[in-house]
Design a protein around this ligand. Structure first.
Ligand code: UDP
Length: 484
């Protein structure tokens, strides 16, 4: 039901044909590129539709119309429509522009088109709110100009990262040098201390335009009516307590997570073969290895990972992507499909030697179903926040191998904070990889504490999402404000 097929450079907005659309409260949601942004925002839309009688229009960027995304949008239930915004010319940007820059630039250049779309939505529906995600703050100008009554930020990452970005205007002054050069960790209210080199990747090089963009967004976050965050108290209790305090100039923050995908495009297709393979493995015996929708490793690390998995003696299910060697760990960000045959980069004989214990899947696997499978006992993850939430909600302990964005911070929080993961040492040698995998899978050493910690977090997450649970109540409060 993706209604927004591009139409001569302009977007089209189509109702879902149920007849009463003009009366139901309607929310427009801007999704900046990346499945990691789309999936939780779509889940928020599903909850609003199912529980609060709100209808939603997801506005997606033309730059991100991958097959995976199209399939996902086509699987959304009635009450949610999607509109692909018109393409914008970004050819003046340097070829090495950071993804945060690309998303922010695309957003700012879309403001005129977006204003028109929101104005039309206001005429044809009862538009009660506009929600944009983390890189979409300039779209609030469009919402204001179109006369949308409320502007909300949806933050798909966690409260630690939100705290950092909200504090960035002050940190920009108080820390003039590079975060990476700091001798002491960065201490923020309610947050686990974060070593400078682990601070959000786009803040590491202050001369890069993406730093200026993050600073810009940090300032604009203060303008919104409220911030919805895909996190929950138990996983970052002190940050939640701190952000719940009402502070002048800081919007109200609602932790409404964990919102993870409940049914996916994969439901419509035959059951994935990797799930059949999992059916044949013993309970909690398999480590799932995946680097999110866009992550890829340098060739040498990919090789060490393969040999480390082999050395660990554990069963594994690995979503393999072609490597990227230009320091471009998010090479597939805009398009989850590998461009080349990823298996061609594995060490000689690896596939044959591990065929009884390992399964390799190119590019994409039904991750939540894998994590929910009884045979899955661990998750080697890039610590993308959706992956972390999915792991916690399914009670799966993690091996942390962060790559880009805020993933290094997430790894710190998960290891030093709630003890839900063990991090792979920076050297990424095969024997160290094998040791960490064994610790998590066999509950040895540090792994002994990780399992019960994850079980506790799983319970807290599940409780929060029940009727009357803290996340459900927070979203109900938001929906009430929109619809009275
Ligand atoms: N995902 C998936 N299959 C894959 C890779 C990713 O279903 O093979 C989903 C995953 O379940 C999660 C999202 O894509 O919901 C990735 O989001 P995350 O925040 O973890 O990482 P990002 O893709 O933003 O780096």
């Amino acid at each position: 039901m993706e209604n927004g097929a591009r139409n001569g450079g302009s977007a089209s907005v189509t109702g879902n044909g149920n007849g009463d659309g003009a009366l139901a409260p309607h929310v427009a949601m801007l999704v900046t590129p990346g499945m990691g942004h789309l999936i939780p925002l779509a889940e928020l839309a599903k909850r609003l539709v199912a529980r609060h009688g709100v209808r939603a229009t997801l506005l997606t960027f033309a730059s991100t119309a991958s097959a995976t995304q199209r399939k996902f949008l086509a699987s959304l239930p009635a009450g949610i429509e999607s509109v692909s915004l018109p393409p914008v010319d970004l050819s003046d940007l340097p070829p090495d522009a950071a993804i945060e820059t690309l998303m922010s630039e695309e957003c700012v250049r879309l403001v005129p088109a977006l204003t028109g779309i929101l104005a039309r939505l206001r005429e044809t529906t009862r538009l009660v709110a506009f929600v944009a995600d983390l890189f979409g703050t300039d779209s609030f100008d469009a919402a204001r100009d179109a006369g949308v009554p409320r502007r909300y930020l949806f933050f798909p990452a966690n409260l630690h990262t939100l705290t950092l970005i909200l504090n960035l205007p002050e940190l920009d002054v108080s820390i003039p040098g590079k975060f990476g050069d700091l001798a002491e960790p960065v201490r923020l209210p309610g947050c686990v201390p974060i070593p400078g080199p682990d601070i959000l990747a786009p803040l590491q090089d202050k001369s890069n335009p993406c730093y200026k963009w993050m600073l810009h967004h940090g300032k604009r976050y203060h303008e919104v009516d409220a911030i919805l965050v895909n996190s929950f108290d138990a996983v970052e209790p002190n940050a939640a307590k701190e952000l719940r305090l009402q502070k002048p100039g800081r919007p109200v923050v609602y932790p409404i997570g964990p919102l993870i995908t409940t049914n996916t495009a994969d439901d419509a297709t035959p059951r994935a073969a990797c799930l059949d393979w999992l059916d044949r493995q013993p309970a909690k015996s398999v480590i799932f290895v995946s680097f999110g929708s866009g992550g890829s490793l340098p060739t040498d690390q990919m090789r060490e990972l393969a040999l480390g998995l082999e050395l660990s003696g554990q069963r594994f299910l690995w979503v393999v992507r072609s490597p990227s060697d230009q320091g471009d760990v998010n090479a597939n960000y805009y398009d989850a499909e590998s461009k080349k045959d990823p298996f061609g980069y594995l060490p000689d004989g690896f596939t044959e030697r591990t065929k009884d214990v390992g399964l390799l899947v190119p590019s994409w696997a039904p991750q939540t179903k894998v994590l929910a499978h009884p045979a899955t006992g661990g998750f080697l993850t890039h610590c993308g926040w959706n992956s972390v939430l999915e792991s916690l909600l399914h009670g799966v302990p993690m091996v942390a191998w962060p790559l880009f964005a805020e993933q290094r911070q997430n790894a710190v929080m998960l290891t030093d904070g709630v003890g839900a993961a063990i991090r792979v040492p920076e050297s990424k040698g095969r024997s160290k990889i094998a040791a960490v995998v064994r610790e998590v899978m066999e509950g040895e050493g540090r792994g002994a504490a990780v399992r019960p910690n994850v079980a506790e977090l799983q319970q807290a997450a599940v409780d929060g999402l029940r009727d009357g649970g803290v996340a459900t109540a927070a979203l109900a409060e938001v929906a009430y404000k929109w619809t009275v």
